[in-house]
Design a protein around this ligand. Sequence first.
Ligand code: PRP
Ligand code: MN
Ligand code: MG
Length: 193
Amino acid sequence: MNNDIERVLYSEKDIAEAAKRVGSQLAADYEGRTPVILSVLKGAVLWTVDVMRYMQYAEVEFIDVSSYHGGIASAGEVDLVVDLQTDIAGRDIIIMEDIVDTGRSLQFMKDLLEARGAKSVKVASLLDKKDGRVVEAHVDYVGFDVPKAFVVGYGLDYKQLYRNLPYVGVLKPSVYDPEHAGLVDTTDITPEH
Ligand code: PRP
Ligand code: MN
Ligand code: MG
Protein backbone atom coordinates (compact mmCIF):
# COMPACT_ATOMS: atom_id res chain seq x y z
CA MET A 1 0.00 0.00 0.00
CA ASN A 2 1.14 3.55 -0.66
CA ASN A 3 2.88 5.03 2.41
CA ASP A 4 0.67 8.11 2.48
CA ILE A 5 -2.53 6.11 2.86
CA GLU A 6 -3.96 5.61 6.34
CA ARG A 7 -6.49 2.95 5.41
CA VAL A 8 -8.24 1.53 2.38
CA LEU A 9 -11.93 2.38 2.13
CA TYR A 10 -12.76 0.56 -1.11
CA SER A 11 -10.42 -2.12 -2.36
CA GLU A 12 -9.60 -2.88 -5.96
CA LYS A 13 -12.04 -5.79 -5.74
CA ASP A 14 -14.81 -3.63 -4.21
CA ILE A 15 -14.38 -1.14 -7.04
CA ALA A 16 -14.34 -3.81 -9.74
CA GLU A 17 -17.64 -5.12 -8.38
CA ALA A 18 -19.15 -1.62 -8.30
CA ALA A 19 -18.01 -0.96 -11.90
CA LYS A 20 -19.58 -4.22 -13.02
CA ARG A 21 -22.83 -3.50 -11.16
CA VAL A 22 -23.15 0.05 -12.51
CA GLY A 23 -21.95 -0.87 -16.03
CA SER A 24 -24.36 -3.78 -16.31
CA GLN A 25 -27.22 -1.61 -15.09
CA LEU A 26 -26.35 1.05 -17.67
CA ALA A 27 -26.16 -1.61 -20.39
CA ALA A 28 -29.67 -2.72 -19.47
CA ASP A 29 -31.12 0.78 -19.06
CA TYR A 30 -29.71 2.03 -22.38
CA GLU A 31 -30.39 -1.10 -24.39
CA GLY A 32 -31.21 -0.19 -28.00
CA ARG A 33 -29.73 3.31 -27.62
CA THR A 34 -26.24 4.74 -28.06
CA PRO A 35 -25.59 7.13 -25.18
CA VAL A 36 -22.69 9.56 -24.96
CA ILE A 37 -20.57 8.82 -21.92
CA LEU A 38 -19.24 12.15 -20.72
CA SER A 39 -16.16 11.56 -18.59
CA VAL A 40 -15.14 14.43 -16.34
CA LEU A 41 -11.39 15.04 -16.37
CA LYS A 42 -9.32 14.11 -14.65
CA GLY A 43 -10.79 12.21 -11.74
CA ALA A 44 -13.34 10.11 -13.59
CA VAL A 45 -10.99 8.52 -16.11
CA LEU A 46 -10.38 5.20 -14.32
CA TRP A 47 -14.04 4.78 -13.38
CA THR A 48 -15.11 5.61 -16.93
CA VAL A 49 -12.96 3.00 -18.62
CA ASP A 50 -13.91 0.32 -16.12
CA VAL A 51 -17.67 0.98 -16.31
CA MET A 52 -17.87 1.37 -20.11
CA ARG A 53 -16.47 -2.13 -20.65
CA TYR A 54 -19.87 -3.51 -19.62
CA MET A 55 -21.86 -1.46 -22.13
CA GLN A 56 -22.80 -2.44 -25.67
CA TYR A 57 -23.00 0.75 -27.75
CA ALA A 58 -21.62 3.96 -26.34
CA GLU A 59 -19.61 6.96 -27.44
CA VAL A 60 -17.15 8.58 -25.07
CA GLU A 61 -16.36 12.27 -24.73
CA PHE A 62 -14.41 14.28 -22.19
CA ILE A 63 -15.04 17.54 -20.39
CA ASP A 64 -13.01 19.37 -17.78
CA VAL A 65 -14.60 21.73 -15.33
CA SER A 66 -12.97 23.17 -12.26
CA SER A 67 -14.65 24.33 -9.14
CA TYR A 68 -12.88 26.19 -6.40
CA HIS A 69 -13.18 23.91 -3.43
CA GLY A 70 -13.58 25.87 -0.25
CA GLY A 71 -12.10 28.60 -2.38
CA ILE A 72 -11.56 32.09 -1.13
CA ALA A 73 -13.12 34.86 -3.18
CA SER A 74 -14.61 32.79 -5.95
CA ALA A 75 -16.09 29.95 -3.92
CA GLY A 76 -18.99 28.44 -5.77
CA GLU A 77 -17.79 29.42 -9.21
CA VAL A 78 -17.27 26.69 -11.82
CA ASP A 79 -15.18 27.13 -14.96
CA LEU A 80 -15.35 25.20 -18.21
CA VAL A 81 -11.69 24.27 -18.80
CA VAL A 82 -11.98 21.80 -21.69
CA ASP A 83 -15.22 21.60 -23.65
CA LEU A 84 -16.52 18.43 -25.24
CA GLN A 85 -15.87 18.02 -28.95
CA THR A 86 -19.24 16.98 -30.27
CA ASP A 87 -22.77 18.30 -30.71
CA ILE A 88 -24.86 16.61 -28.05
CA ALA A 89 -28.26 18.03 -29.07
CA GLY A 90 -30.83 15.24 -28.95
CA ARG A 91 -28.39 12.79 -27.34
CA ASP A 92 -28.66 10.71 -24.18
CA ILE A 93 -25.79 11.70 -21.91
CA ILE A 94 -24.28 9.79 -19.00
CA ILE A 95 -22.00 12.01 -16.95
CA MET A 96 -19.24 9.95 -15.33
CA GLU A 97 -17.82 11.35 -12.12
CA ASP A 98 -15.40 10.00 -9.56
CA ILE A 99 -17.08 11.94 -6.77
CA VAL A 100 -20.00 14.32 -6.31
CA ASP A 101 -19.35 16.50 -3.29
CA THR A 102 -20.83 20.03 -3.16
CA GLY A 103 -22.71 19.23 -6.36
CA ARG A 104 -21.52 22.44 -8.04
CA SER A 105 -19.58 20.79 -10.87
CA LEU A 106 -22.52 18.55 -11.63
CA GLN A 107 -25.07 21.34 -11.57
CA PHE A 108 -22.90 23.39 -13.92
CA MET A 109 -22.54 20.51 -16.40
CA LYS A 110 -26.22 19.58 -16.28
CA ASP A 111 -27.21 23.19 -17.00
CA LEU A 112 -24.71 23.31 -19.88
CA LEU A 113 -25.91 20.05 -21.44
CA GLU A 114 -29.55 20.94 -21.08
CA ALA A 115 -28.93 24.37 -22.65
CA ARG A 116 -27.34 22.55 -25.59
CA GLY A 117 -30.39 20.38 -26.08
CA ALA A 118 -29.39 17.04 -24.59
CA LYS A 119 -32.30 14.61 -24.73
CA SER A 120 -31.51 13.15 -21.31
CA VAL A 121 -28.78 13.56 -18.71
CA LYS A 122 -27.98 10.94 -16.08
CA VAL A 123 -25.08 10.70 -13.67
CA ALA A 124 -22.94 7.73 -12.68
CA SER A 125 -20.45 8.44 -9.90
CA LEU A 126 -18.00 6.15 -8.15
CA LEU A 127 -18.54 8.07 -4.92
CA ASP A 128 -21.47 10.09 -3.65
CA LYS A 129 -20.56 12.34 -0.72
CA LYS A 130 -24.07 13.42 0.17
CA ASP A 131 -22.98 15.25 3.33
CA GLY A 132 -20.97 17.63 1.17
CA ARG A 133 -23.87 19.04 -0.85
CA VAL A 134 -24.17 22.80 -1.15
CA VAL A 135 -26.47 22.72 -4.17
CA GLU A 136 -28.99 20.09 -5.12
CA ALA A 137 -27.45 17.30 -7.19
CA HIS A 138 -28.73 13.79 -7.74
CA VAL A 139 -26.55 10.82 -8.64
CA ASP A 140 -28.52 8.21 -10.60
CA TYR A 141 -25.92 5.41 -10.45
CA VAL A 142 -23.80 5.28 -7.30
CA GLY A 143 -20.73 3.15 -6.67
CA PHE A 144 -20.49 3.93 -2.98
CA ASP A 145 -21.99 6.43 -0.57
CA VAL A 146 -18.89 7.90 0.99
CA PRO A 147 -18.63 9.61 4.38
CA LYS A 148 -16.88 12.95 4.82
CA ALA A 149 -13.19 12.03 4.75
CA PHE A 150 -10.13 12.99 2.77
CA VAL A 151 -10.24 10.27 0.15
CA VAL A 152 -7.78 9.73 -2.69
CA GLY A 153 -7.00 7.02 -5.21
CA TYR A 154 -8.63 5.50 -8.29
CA GLY A 155 -8.85 8.90 -9.97
CA LEU A 156 -9.12 11.07 -6.87
CA ASP A 157 -6.13 13.29 -6.22
CA TYR A 158 -4.47 15.42 -3.62
CA LYS A 159 -2.26 17.95 -5.42
CA GLN A 160 -2.48 15.79 -8.56
CA LEU A 161 -1.07 12.69 -6.85
CA TYR A 162 -2.60 9.31 -5.94
CA ARG A 163 -4.93 9.13 -8.97
CA ASN A 164 -3.11 5.98 -10.11
CA LEU A 165 -3.83 3.92 -6.99
CA PRO A 166 -6.15 1.00 -7.74
CA TYR A 167 -8.12 1.51 -4.50
CA VAL A 168 -9.75 4.42 -2.67
CA GLY A 169 -8.17 5.25 0.64
CA VAL A 170 -8.03 7.86 3.36
CA LEU A 171 -4.99 10.12 3.21
CA LYS A 172 -2.83 10.37 6.34
CA PRO A 173 -3.36 13.81 7.92
CA SER A 174 0.41 14.24 8.04
CA VAL A 175 0.42 14.49 4.25
CA TYR A 176 -1.78 17.59 4.02
CA ASP A 177 -1.14 18.98 7.51
CA PRO A 178 2.66 19.00 7.95
CA GLU A 179 2.45 20.48 11.46
CA HIS A 180 0.57 17.39 12.52
CA ALA A 181 3.66 15.30 11.85
CA GLY A 182 6.19 17.90 12.93
CA LEU A 183 7.39 17.98 9.35
CA VAL A 184 7.08 21.70 8.75
CA ASP A 185 9.27 22.83 5.90
CA THR A 186 11.20 25.70 7.45
CA THR A 187 13.25 26.58 4.38
CA ASP A 188 11.17 29.69 3.67
CA ILE A 189 10.73 30.77 7.29
CA THR A 190 12.96 33.55 8.59
CA PRO A 191 14.00 32.78 12.16
CA GLU A 192 12.60 35.23 14.69
CA HIS A 193 15.73 35.43 16.76
C1 PRP B 1 -13.38 16.99 -8.30
C2 PRP B 1 -14.11 15.68 -8.56
C3 PRP B 1 -15.39 16.13 -9.18
C4 PRP B 1 -15.68 17.44 -8.48
C5 PRP B 1 -16.67 17.23 -7.38
O1 PRP B 1 -12.76 17.40 -9.49
O2 PRP B 1 -13.35 14.89 -9.45
O3 PRP B 1 -15.25 16.34 -10.57
O4 PRP B 1 -14.42 17.89 -7.93
O5 PRP B 1 -16.77 18.35 -6.57
P1 PRP B 1 -18.08 19.21 -6.38
O6 PRP B 1 -19.26 18.30 -6.26
O7 PRP B 1 -17.81 19.92 -5.08
O8 PRP B 1 -18.18 20.15 -7.54
P2 PRP B 1 -11.64 18.53 -9.53
O9 PRP B 1 -12.30 19.83 -9.91
O10 PRP B 1 -10.83 18.51 -8.28
O11 PRP B 1 -10.75 18.12 -10.76
P3 PRP B 1 -10.02 16.72 -11.01
O12 PRP B 1 -11.08 15.73 -11.34
O13 PRP B 1 -9.12 16.99 -12.16
O14 PRP B 1 -9.28 16.35 -9.75
MN1 MN C 1 -13.19 15.92 -11.22
MG1 MG D 1 -9.24 17.19 -7.89
